[in-house]
Design a protein around this ligand. Sequence first.
Ligand SMILES: Nc1ncnc2c1ncn2[C@@H]1O[C@H](COP(=O)(O)OP(=O)(O)OP(=O)(O)O)[C@@H](O)[C@H]1O
Ligand SMILES: [Mg+2]
Length: 351
Amino acid sequence: MPDLREKVLEILKTVKDPELNRDLVSLGMIREVEVSEEGRVKVVVALTTKACPLKGQISEQVRQAVASIPGVSGVEVELSEMSPEERARIFGGPPKKEHLGIRDVRFVLAVASGKGGVGKSTVTVNLAVALAQQGFKSGILDADLYGPNIPLLLGFEEEERPAVIGGKIHPLVRHGVKVMSFAFLAPPGQPFIWRGPLVGKALQELAEVVEWGPLDFLLVDLPPGTGDAPLSVCHTYHPQGVILVTIPQELSVSDVRRCARMFEELKVPIFGLVENMSYLRVEGREVPVFGEGGGEHLARELGVPLLARVPLEPEVNRRREPVALDEELEAGRVFRELAEKLVQRVFGHED
Ligand SMILES: Nc1ncnc2c1ncn2[C@@H]1O[C@H](COP(=O)(O)OP(=O)(O)OP(=O)(O)O)[C@@H](O)[C@H]1O
Ligand SMILES: [Mg+2]
């Protein structure tokens, strides 16, 4: 029934991939349409990845669209996966040199702040671990060249080093998260001293030699501020989004504002703000230790969502394990919800 086949293709042009926001036909995702004498239709949809969290939604939309065509008596949707070449057609040609090391990464998210010590690294590890717990392949690049402390927060021993196989560095894994840090490159106990021009070069070289393998999320823990180092990281890793971390204090907030402007100029979408150390929970009440309302105020001003308010949690410092793994702690729950929101924003449509 050639007519019906045409109609199916026509209607599939109205079904959009929610993540890419383009129709399935023009994306080349419709691999096969079979129509039987009795009007039964089978559609084979090639997903960009089998791990696509929206596959249920896509398949249902295809089914409903096709079923609405008069003369269709039944619909079967089969999901398959695109070849790397097919994927490259959608996401652009072969990866450029500076992207070689992160070619299989679906989403690069930077975690930044205007000021040091507000909890970027804490947010990064907890978010990455929560994403891994939720079934996403996640990795952390500790791009803080001056104070790389992600390995410490994840409980790595000081002498642990990633394997180098065939000239490629294979990130270490902890709690299901792949981890690469500048701390792994320095002799134990001796920090690197970076001079300006070397920063960009080091980042570039690292991007080329680290074998991340397929990842849904690569979280990049940026050095604080708006200096050369965060800029170099952005130029090398081209993050598709950034989360800004702040504490409620007015002073910290003005630094984040400057940082936000930098990302706007770099055309990196700001997914939202995470206010850390928002309150200390004492006998059920929220005690504002570092001021109040800064995050909410700034989020409104920047026109971005306040994604989370993370409480001050003494266990954050006591443990060598992310609190996101703890079912009981309020901070753990907040980080898990933050991960869910992030997934929504990246792979779904919240607004
Ligand atoms: N919600 C929290 N409750 C209690 N302590 C916290 C919390 N968040 C962070 N901390 C502690 O505050 C300190 C700074 O946190 P962290 O290292 O994550 O900040 P940072 O922004 O990455 O710092 P830097 O700019 O130095 O990289 C650490 O000792 C950390 O354990
Ligand atoms: Mg840090």
